[in-house]
Each structure stands twice: as C-alpha cells, then as structure tokens.
Design a protein around this ligand. Structure first.
Ligand code: PMP
Ligand code: GLU
Length: 394
C-alpha cells in the first residue's frame, strides 16, 4: 500500500539493534523470559560522582537553551580529554557537542556529503553508518573483511576501494560489532594509502576507546598527515554508562566544526543542559574511576569466548575491545535444526530468539551476512544461561 511519506524515509532501514531490543521488550511484556544480548548498552549504573554533578546542575538552574555547540567549560573539558587521552590538540572552536555520537555522525554526513559521494565502510561496520550516509545522499562502499584478518581492512583493500568519487572513510576502533582494535602500525598502513588521496576525509569513531583490553588506544588523527582530515567522534554513552543521557562530541578542523554547529542549529540546537554539566564531571575524572567496568567487560569477554567456544559451528575472533562478540555462524546455513532450516544469519538470530529466548542481532545489519552480534554487556549469570540455552537449541 503506497502512502505519501518521503522516499527518504521509505528507503531507510530501521536500526536493527533498536528493532531487536524493541522485539525483546515486547516478548518480555508477553511474559517470555528473554535474555537480551542485542543492545550495545553497559548494564552498570552511572557512577555516583556523575549523578551528583547532574543533581547540582538541576539545583543551580541549568535550565535554559544551551549554546548550539556546547557549554564552553564542557568544550574545555573535552579539549583537555583529547590532550590527556589521545595527545590531540583540539581548541574550543574545533569541538561540537551533540545529542549522542549518533547525532555527531549525522551532522558530519550532512555537512560533508553531496549526492553520489562515496563513503568507504570497512565491513562489519556499526549498524547506522550506512543509513546515515544514504540519508545525506552519499553512497556507502562496503569493504568486506573476515575473521581471517580479525575483521580489519588492509591497506591494499582500502586502496582498491578508492575511486575519484571517494569522499570519506568511516570506521570505529574498537569496532562495533567485531571488537577489533586497529594497532598504530595498522593505522599507519591505512594512512600511507590515504596520503596519496588527499581529497578523502576520515571519520574515526572512538566511542569504545576506553573499553580496550590490550591498552594503547590510537587515534588516527595523531598519525602524520591525518589531523586536518580526520573528524574524531566520541561520547560518554559507553565508557560512563550514560547511554540515555545522550551526549556525544567531535574534534575536527574548525571549518567542519563550524558547519556542524550551523547544521545542528537548524535541527536540534544545543544538547541537554543537565547532561552536559554531568559530562564535565565524567570527562574530568581520571580513567581509573571507570576501570572497574573495563575490568568487568574484560572478564566477561573471556567468559563468553570460553562458553561459545564449546559450541560446534561458532567461529570466533578474539575481540580486543568494545563489548561484543561477532561469531561467524555460516556453518549452520542450509542445515535443518529441530525442523527449522537456517538459510542466513537473520534466520539464525530469529531461531535463537524464538527457541532459546535469547536476543542477538543479525550480522547482515552490520554488513556481514555470515555472523551474528552478541553483546556481553550483561551479567555473568545471564551470559551463562544464554549460552546454555543456545547450546541446547542447536
Ligand atoms: N558509534 C558506535 C560505534 C556505537 O556503537 C554507538 C552506539 N550507540 C554510537 C556511535 C552512538 O552512540 P551514542 O549516540 O549513544 O553516543
Ligand atoms: N550502539 C548500540 C548498539 O550498537 C546502541 C543501539 C543503537 O544506538 O543503535 O547496539
């Protein structure tokens, strides 16, 4: 049935992560005992010192519209954070605060892309990249990677994907969904290729920066020749368990920051006042304050790898960061299990949801049709129970 909605929205896919989370919620409301491993969301409470800062902000009447690009003292805290954690010098005029890193990414797409501009997305990529690019009339160019290269794009693959229409490269490290972390040498390899193509800009999504089990996060903006061409995206959702507070930010060349501010000013204006005040407390705190969460994710990563490793047909890399595993489950394709034939990753994820009551996300949404994504931001008890159920139904 046709309706008068725009082609823009008709052509957009629904976020698979949010759709699966909604489906799990719906089934839970129907009384089913669903274990939700679909949403990438820390299961910790926000640390108390951040909550205190928010309460103080309420009492101090931070209730007016905020500057479109963020409070100056928050931008100062972000600038200090970039220097402290990433050795990147971003002045206040190079920083824009937004309503989540998702909005930061959408701003960048809207201000950088013209119709037909190509954006290289090493696959698997985070679920929303492709639709954000398409909304801005860009063309996503997926570069498939596999478990054999730890789901990382090689310099040769990057070179082969570049055309005269390539405008940008977008990637996350640590990566959602594969958990892969690019080393300095690997980023230098990509930078060597990019140096030959000065018209290409980079979105470096570093939102999982602190959730890194090998240490030594590297920002591509810090690599020789890349600073002026990189938009460094970050936010507080993951490291500080502040997903619902909706604060993300970028550091970039001042003309990019200025354009993002202009665009945001016609869309949503400045981000939430209380959340911005709380973010100052979060970013000014030493990383040691959140180390307990990182250590816990590390323990759970080891646990889920051990448990899933016991299931025949799950082929796993060892994710070095974030809080996801991305098993290749293509060995199940074409097989019939308890009367259900599994043809692809979406059917596999559906089979797990309907039979094991475990919610995961199909890899198709991330540009890899052989895998599913499992978030291990859940308690040890839930993880053990989920894997037992998965094992039983397979
Ligand atoms: N980038 C990546 C790689 C993500 O996993 C997420 C998840 N939420 C985001 C960006 C967006 O984060 P937020 O909008 O919550 O800041
Ligand atoms: N980024 C998280 C995820 O990948 C949260 C959901 C979303 O924003 O899409 O699951």
């Amino acid at each position: 049935m046709s309706n008068p909605l725009s082609d823009r929205i008709k052509n957009m896919s629904t976020s698979a992560t949010l759709a699966m989370a909604a489906k799990a919620r719906e089934l839970r409301n129907e009384g089913k005992d669903i274990i939700g491993l679909s949403l990438g969301e820390p299961d910790f409470n926000i640390p108390d010192f951040i909550k205190e800062a928010a309460k103080e902000a309420v009492d101090q009447n931070y209730s007016s519209y905020t500057p479109v690009d963020g409070y100056a003292d928050l931008k100062q805290a972000i600038s200090n954070k970039f220097k402290r954690d990433n050795n990147l010098a971003y002045g206040l005029h190079q920083i824009v605060v937004s309503t989540g890193a998702k909005q930061s990414l959408a701003n960048v797409a809207m201000i950088m892309l013209n119709k037909g501009d190509e954006v290289i997305l090493p696959a698997p990529f985070w679920v929303s990249y492709s639709d954000i690019v398409k909304l801005a009339e860009g063309v996503p160019v997926e570069v498939p990677t596999s478990i054999s290269t730890d789901f990382k794009m090689t310099p040769a693959q990057l070179e082969a994907a570049i055309t005269p229409k390539t405008k940008m490269l977008w990637f996350s490290s640590p990566c959602n969904p594969s958990g892969s972390v690019y080393s300095k040498a690997e980023l230098e390899g990509l930078a060597e290729v990019l140096k030959k193509h000065p018209h290409i800009y980079i979105v470096s999504d570093e939102i999982y920066e602190h959730i890194n089990f090998v240490g030594g996060h590297v920002s591509i903006a810090g690599i020789d020749g890349m600073y002026d061409r990189t938009i460094t995206v970050n936010g507080v959702s993951k490291a500080f368990a502040m997903t619902g507070w909706r604060i993300g930010y970028i550091g970039a060349a001042d003309w990019i920051a200025k354009a993002c501010t202009k665009f945001q000013g016609q869309n949503t204006s400045g981000a939430n006042a209380i959340a911005q005040r709380a973010t100052i407390a979060a970013l000014e705190a030493p990383v040691s304050k959140i180390q307990f969460m990182i250590d816990e994710f590390h323990r759970r990563r080891d646990l889920i790898l051990e448990l899933l490793g016991e299931i025949d047909g799950f082929n796993l890399n060892v994710p070095e960061g974030a809080f996801y595993v991305f098993p290749d489950i293509s060995s199940f394709f074409g097989k019939t299990i308890h009367g259900t034939t599994i043809n692809n990753a979406s059917e596999f994820a559906l089979y797990l949801l309907e039979n094991a009551n475990v919610a995961t996300v199909t890899g198709e949404a991330f540009g890899n049709p052989n895998c599913i994504r499992i978030s291990y931001a859940a308690s040890e008890k839930e993880l053990r129970e989920a894997v037992t159920r998965i094992k039983n139904v397979l």
